[in-house]
Design a protein around this ligand. Structure first.
Ligand code: F6R
Length: 366
């Protein structure tokens, strides 16, 4: 059942080239620049014309919602709010006519997300579900939606569901951009071509597993970790930190790299590993300065960089290369080394990675 892997988590990390291909099958036609989402038809206009999109989720699913926020703004020019379901449901949220809610959930059973959906529905919102488990409560509570089609995720730490969510959200967002005409044909073609290559790019990252395991062995006894990213890689920093804390029980925090100056920089000393997701993108120069700031305080930098980068390897203590990729799609790739890093650290600490203490696969109580 674990397909020769020692743990479900490792199996699911390694499944990602296939599970992402599964999430795109029959939907993405890069050659003809076409996306077909059978699950969003009746409400496709409502989504295209939405005045505002509210994304509701918890945990890792909330992180994929943050990536979606940046993408919706960039490609569709629609204002987006990303809400923790637990906070949304107990506030008195303002929901206007023309607002569309996107609920993201792997299990489709998360109690807070379900309750938030019911609240939004009772105030007239349209609900689109981005869910993995077919027939789950959240998929049934949604008006329409798109399944991930990534297959069952058994390990408690979410891995292939995260990349599946990103893949599906990107397809939704680009199809809205096409309908709204907020993207050029050339840019669409570029993105869809790159999207079709994501499975191969992830295969390349997986080939660095031994190197990542080695880096893990050096930091398995660390007591704290900081994860930094900017732009599309900021939610990846949050996700990397969550993966580490939930399965290895090492305290970790994710931050937008520029926020470091506003507090977390005080934590940095020669014992502090700082994972910086610093791939080549529009914030590259800025994140290079952030790395310098960490090094100036003697922090240890583990950088995730784009292959061929010659600058950051001179500054960072350790680097993990990932293939070149459009910055809008980079989270699909840059999260993978962080999944592996936390897996290996947890294993070396003797933790039960598939069933970490105090956690359940679906949180059906609030
Ligand atoms: C993290 C993790 C949790 C879930 C969260 C939402 O690895 O597993 O943070 O992401 O409980 O669960 P779903 O997506 O099932 O609603």
């Amino acid at each position: 059942e674990k397909g020769g892997y020692e743990h479900f988590m490792l199996k699911e990390i390694f499944e990602q080239p296939n599970s992402i291909a599964d999430s795109m099958r029959g939907r993405l036609d890069a050659k003809n620049s076409k996306i077909t989402l059978g699950g969003i038809r009746e409400y496709a206009d409502a989504l295209t014309e939405a005045n505002r999109i509210i994304i509701i989720a918890c945990g890792t699913s909330w992180h994929s919602g943050l990536v979606a926020e940046y993408l919706f703004e960039e490609f569709c020019r629609i204002p987006v709010e990303v809400e923790y379901a637990s906070e949304f449901r107990y506030r008195n949220p303002v929901i206007n006519k023309g607002d569309v809610v996107i609920a993201i959930s792997q299990s489709g059973e998360t109690a807070d997300t379900l309750a938030a959906i019911e609240l939004a529905k009772s105030r007239g919102a349209i609900i689109l579900g981005v869910v993995n488990v077919v027939g789950s409560s959240i998929s049934r509570a949604s008006h329409e939606g798109a399944y991930l089609h990534t297959g069952p995720e058994i390990g408690v730490a979410s891995t292939k569901a995260f990349t599946g969510q990103l893949s599906v959200l990107i397809m939704i967002i680009l199809s809205v951009a096409v309908r709204k005409k907020t993207i050029t044909d050339a840019r669409l073609k570029e993105l869809l071509t790159d999207l079709a290559c994501i499975p191969d790019k992830i295969r390349k990252v997986l080939a660095s597993n031994d190197k990542i395991e080695y880096i893990a062995s050096l930091f398995k006894d660390a007591r704290n970790f900081l994860y930094l990213g900017r732009g599309y890689n900021f939610p990846v920093a949050l996700e990397g930190a969550l993966k580490l804390k939930e399965i290895s029980y090492i305290h970790a925090e994710g931050y937008p790299a520029a926020e470091m100056k506003h507090g977390p920089i005080a934590l940095i000393d020669e014992e502090m590993p700082v994972v910086v997701i610093a791939t080549r993108d529009s914030s590259y120069d800025k994140i290079v300065s952030n790395i310098q700031e960490v090094k100036a305080r003697k922090g240890i930098v583990i950088a995730v960089v784009t292959e061929g980068d010659v600058l950051i390897p001179k500054m960072a203590d350790y680097v993990i290369e990932v293939p070149k990729c459009d910055e809008a799609l980079m989270p699909l790739v840059s999260v993978v080394p962080l999944q592996l890093l936390s897996y290996h650290i947890a294993i070396m600490r003797g933790c039960n990675v598939d069933q970490p203490r105090n956690l359940a696969k679906s949180v059906t109580v609030e």
